[in-house]
Design a protein around this ligand. Structure first.
Ligand code: PRX
Length: 673
């Protein structure tokens, strides 16, 4: 019987971790308190201790050099992320399962640490054979198949920064990212499965390639062969078939098996890289029309990926850990690949959609593989809630011992549903707040040490100086709301925006002085000091846990020849968190006033256009046509009014600064019809 959520919230009820969990926890309450104290009094010492867990070819000379906004961690140290995720474990756990994978059609494959190592070294040797040197960028546009993990680790091994592009992005988005990153190789697959269909990734790459002059090679996995571990072979290296003017197509399987054992030994080595060597570029949406390339470097990022994985996910040797994110997002980078593999964990990876072919697919996989830790998004939980408990009935989920959420605020109802129905009231829930820019989790309960409240990410992890401040940068009193900031540098923080350091400074470090990082999020601190992360306060939206810039969607809309002007805002959505509402002014004479059929057709055309320009994730939910957009006297679009309108169809408050009150009146009238 579900407890009344209003009562729980009103009472400020806390949920203590079960005794059994506490008894075996990686971090106990008293250890947690010690870590918090050390993190507060001597943060550099705290992080240096964490760094010692990793293998360094050469130890660092200085833990931190901080010249805001430029941070350098473990300066002078030499390290390799792939070495730490693979070679380091070969001495102790070579036969341990590193990865269990299930394809959407149902294939299963299991890779030991040794097998993963062998594939990765082969691919690194292959990339070296193609002429790649440390610093050369590789784009990865792949489905959720084991080769995606191999590709990332092979790049990290050679010092080739990767840029993983989410498989749902369109050719245009691939082009933008590949051009900006100047990638010389793209690794892709012919297709991947999603909702029973074949999503043709290679086709999108082909389209994008026409405008990607830096790309010399395209390496393609054949999906039907994916997950199969290629046996050692000595086949000769077939000359690549000509692909087009600037790309040679190589078959992944041929390429890998053409590398001899000797060549793997001599050319598959892990490059000894500076701690600050770029590990990857990950594009994420901001407040301008184009996504920004967030750069993460090696040493500091890996230190925190490992530390937070162990602390927050309480990883044990016997766990099978499943993070349901796609490798195209930062969650997939840090908590599918780098953190868990650095920790020597066994990870589970699934290719497809949560309810394909049946609504109980997730639960069936948890039962089948005895998954013990599940880390997913609130949107997924809300989608499961809508399906009711029937798909869960009869499923043995007793292997689960810890649950996590990420990517967007979780509403207390969804939190309670997750706890009761998936966690059977005995799994702690870690609500983890972080961002692409932070690189790893910033705010989260440590499950054996912190009591949770539904909807709150609780406290900052040890080592972080997080606060909620007002406009002037003053901390808000308990019970107050304000802006979420991080006051001191941390090892996994982004180093810059690729090719745009000024934007990096302006975006994150100009709101408050003294090297204080502004997250762009609003938060509330309650009377007990618990943090409640409320979502973005800028023009960035969070749709189903995916970050989308309103300006990006606006740019896509105005690139349509019939659109004169567009404004995009978010409105609350009970499933997706936020939905995209677009207000569009068409060019004169495009559609006759009152011609509803033509307007409906136009709305569909524009939705398809945005899908083509960015990807289906940015497809507007609503499109409303208007003769003009409400603007201030200085010409700024009045987004607050549009947000209100999109949400309620009504506008309240002061509109006297409006250039044209008639515009708002007309929009309101349409909303009433
Ligand atoms: O608004 C916050 C929200 O997601 C944003 C970061 O998005 P992205 O860079 O795509 O990374 C998502 C995965 C780490 C944040 O600025 N967000 C993330 N986690 C939470 C959250 N909002 C509330 N609670 C969370 N646990």
């Amino acid at each position: 019987m579900s407890e009344n959520i209003d009562v729980i919230l009103k009472e400020g009820r806390k949920f203590n971790p079960p005794d059994e969990f506490v008894k075996n926890a990686n971090v106990t309450r008293s250890e947690y308190e010690k870590l918090v104290r050390l993190g507060k009094d001597a943060p550099e010492e705290y992080w240096a201790q964490a760094a010692k867990e990793l293998h360094w070819f050469k130890t660092w000379d200085k833990t931190l050099v901080w010249d805001p906004p430029k941070a350098q961690w473990f300066v002078g140290g030499k390290i390799n992320a792939s070495y730490n995720c693979l070679d380091r474990h070969l001495k102790t756990i070579p036969q341990k399962t590193a990865l269990v994978w299930e394809g959407e059609p149902g294939e299963v494959s299991t890779w030991t640490y040794r097998e993963l190592y062998e594939q990765v070294t082969r691919l690194t040797a292959s990339l070296r054979r193609l002429g790649l040197k440390p610093g050369d960028c590789v784009a990865i546009y792949m489905p959720m198949i084991p080769e995606a993990v191999v590709a990332m680790l092979a790049c990290a091994r050679g010092g080739f920064p990767h840029t993983v592009i989410f498989g749902g992005f369109s050719a245009e988005s691939i082009k933008d990212r590949v051009q900006d990153a100047e990638a010389s190789v793209i690794i892709t697959a012919d297709f991947g499965y999603r909702k029973g269909s074949q999503i043709k990734l290679r086709e999108q790459v082909d389209k994008a390639l026409k405008d990607c002059s830096t790309v010399k090679y395209v390496i393609q996995v054949q999906r039907t062969k994916s997950g199969q571990i290629t046996s050692e072979g000595n086949r000769s290296f077939s000359k690549p078939a000509c692909f087009n003017s600037n790309g040679n197509a190589l078959d992944w399987h041929e390429l890998i098996s053409s590398i001899s054992h000797e060549e793997t030994q001599t050319q598959g080595y892990a490059e000894e890289l500076d701690s600050e060597h770029p590990l990857y570029i990950l594009y994420t949406s901001g407040t301008t029309g184009k996504p920004k390339g967030i750069i993460h470097t090696t040493g500091g990022y890996l230190v925190e990926a490992l530390q937070t994985t162990k602390q927050v996910f309480d990883i044990k040797p016997y766990d099978l850990y499943w993070c349901t994110a796609d490798i195209g997002w930062v969650t997939g980078h840090t908590y599918i690949v780098y953190g868990p593999l650095a920790a020597g964990a066994s990870i589970f990876m699934y290719e497809g959609a949560p309810t394909t072919p049946t609504q109980d697919r997730f639960w069936a996989m948890i039962e089948r593989h005895h998954i013990s830790i599940l880390y997913t998004a609130p949107t997924a939980i809300r989608a499961f809630m809508r399906l009711g408990t029937e798909p869960l009935r009869g499923r043995d989920l007793s292997s689960l011992r810890l649950l996590g959420t990420v990517g967007e605020p979780i509403n207390p109802e969804a939190w309670m549903w997750y706890r009761e129905n998936v966690g059977r009231n005995h799994c702690p829930i870690v609500d983890t707040y972080w961002q692409t820019e932070t690189g790893s989790i910033v705010i989260s309960p440590i499950p054996g040490a912190v009591a949770t409240k539904p909807g709150s990410a609780t406290f900052a992890l040890p080592g972080y100086d997080v606060d909620v401040v007002d406009k002037k940068g003053e901390p808000v009193p308990p019970g107050g709301g304000g802006y979420l900031v991080i006051k001191k540098p941390w090892p996994a923080m982004a180093r810059t925006i690729h090719k745009d350091p000024e934007r990096y400074k302006k975006q994150y470090f100009s709101e408050y002085p003294g090297g204080v990082y502004f997250t762009g999020d609003g938060a509330r601190k309650d009377e007990d000091g618990y943090l409640w992360c409320l979502g973005r306060v800028d023009d960035v939206l969070n749709v189903s846990g995916h970050r989308i810039g309103t300006m990006e969607v606006e740019s896509a809309l105005v690139s349509h020849p019939k659109v004169a002007e567009a404004a995009v805002v978010g409105r609350p959505d009970s499933l997706k968190g936020q939905a995209l509402a677009a207000f569009v002014t068409l060019k004169a004479g495009v559609v006759q006033k009152g011609d509803t059929d033509s307007l409906n057709a136009m709305a569909n055309e524009l939705k398809a256009h945005v899908t083509k320009e960015i990807g289906a994730l940015a497809r507007p939910d609503d499109i409303r046509f208007t003769d003009a957009l409400p603007k201030t006297r200085s010409g700024k679009i009045m987004r607050r009014l549009l947000r209100e309108l999109a949400t309620s169809g009504q506008v309240k408050g002061d509109v006297t600064t409006l250039e044209d009150l008639a515009v708002i009146a007309a929009l309101q009238k349409d909303g009433e019809e």
